[in-house]
Ligand binder design. Sequence first.
Ligand code: FES
Length: 271
Amino acid sequence: MASVDGFSHLVVHVTDLNRSEAFYRDIIGLDVIGRDLVTDDGPNSLLALNTRQRLVLVEVPEVTAIRPNSSTIHHAWLLTIDEFQRTRERMKKAGYDVDDSRAQFRAMGENSMDIFDPDGHRYQIQAYAPEATQVITEDIGPIACGHVDDFAVGSVKTFVKGKFCLVRLPDGFLALSRWCTHLNGLLSWKQEHWEFYCPMHGARFDRRGIARPKGRPCPPLRLHPVSIDDAGVVTVDPGTAITRSDFDPSQLTVPAATTREAETAQAGKGA
Ligand code: FES
């Protein structure tokens, strides 16, 4: 893979240099370095980002917005959360519609809004608040999930309270946090595909909580401690989340021979 430090500049065609320069300066917050500093086919304005990258506005007679209103071709700015909020306020004051129509599909702490510059170029403005990468737990005390025999080998049961899934693998139980290890989207178990799926950016995990090779690469799902008492009741503590780098069989909580298994073994002896 090529090693790239970043992009150096972006050229944007505009039909009114004054209008667009004001937009990128006053709304987006870039610094204007000067006019006609680059060799190009038209009057131009050079603007600076605080990352040392540059934006070059070049005035042309006509701009054809590529796929207007489409989400397939656009540029995205990633701002700090403070700068995102400042930009949002500036845009609101300037009369822009800054509502996020996809707010319900965002992961925790993920902020995004779409805007169009005066020529219809579409930009996504993004920022991630600290909640995006926090380890989320629910301090609601241990949850009694049911008897060992209630969980067939291979089954996955989703618990809304505590936001975890209890998985019974052939050798024991795992309680997987449903918070995606990419950016805290909330995962669902997809029985038809035998995998956990994150609707935010498409991560997929198997029943051990390991990211599927074809999906987004993510660390394994976090675990909650599982215990099984002498009566065979399985309890999970969603107030503790254990981070791990891979699956290891030692992570499983192994039940003692269950009542049902004991009965089956007993019946087998008698046969
Ligand atoms: S939050 Fe991004 S894939 Fe889950």
